[in-house]
Design a protein around this ligand. Structure first.
Ligand code: 4NP
Length: 166
């Protein structure tokens, strides 16, 4: 449902991971930075959410915030759980791994909603040969967080290019 006539031109993207404290808020922060770099904020709606409810209200994991900050990203999202109305509000609902995709499919209320679900790895280009999903860094060390940020920077740049033609 578009509440204002200019809304239709907006690109509305929701990133989803398991906890909404590592991968999806980082993807949100990275895409926001790319969009801001193009002065394009008014034309985008970007958010993130989790499959689970364990971390609702929390800022991203401290380790992810530290690693992201070093690359210039301030992650200020507060975790929330994905909800059925997200399938109306967003055009693209992007899961980080196959478990996220399966969980999203089981939540999708209609075939149209189902068609909005895509894997983040769809936009991986430079490191696509080694990864076909964004690995969960929660039980990993610093390298796991760095790897996730490398993958997300790659995918977000390609996602932005695909959706804008730039
Ligand atoms: P995320 O990482 O899905 O990238 O936010 C996780 C965060 C928390 C948990 C699992 C994954 N957890 O089990 O609490």
């Amino acid at each position: 449902m578009n509440r204002n006539p200019h809304d239709k031109a907006k690109k509305k993207v929701l990133f989803v991971c398991l906890g909404n404290i590592c991968r999806s808020p980082a993807a949100e922060g990275i895409l926001r930075a790319i969009v801001a770099g193009h002065g394009d904020e008014a034309r985008w709606e970007i958010d993130s959410a989790g499959i689970g409810d364990w971390h609702i209200g929390q800022l991203p994991d401290q380790r992810m915030r530290v690693h992201a900050r070093r690359r210039g990203y301030d992650l200020t999202h507060h975790a929330r759980q994905v909800r059925e109305s997200d399938f109306d509000r967003f055009d693209l609902i992007i899961g980080m791994d196959s478990a996220n995709i399966e969980d999203l499919r089981s939540l999708a209320p209609t075939p149209e909603a189902m068609a909005k679900i895509k894997p983040m790895a769809h936009w991986l280009r430079t490191i696509a040969t080694r990864y076909d999903y964004i690995p969960d860094p929660y039980y990993e060390g610093a390298e796991g967080f760095e790897l996730v940020l490398d993958l997300l920077q790659d995918a977000c740049a390609n996602l932005y290019a695909d959706l804008t033609g730039r």
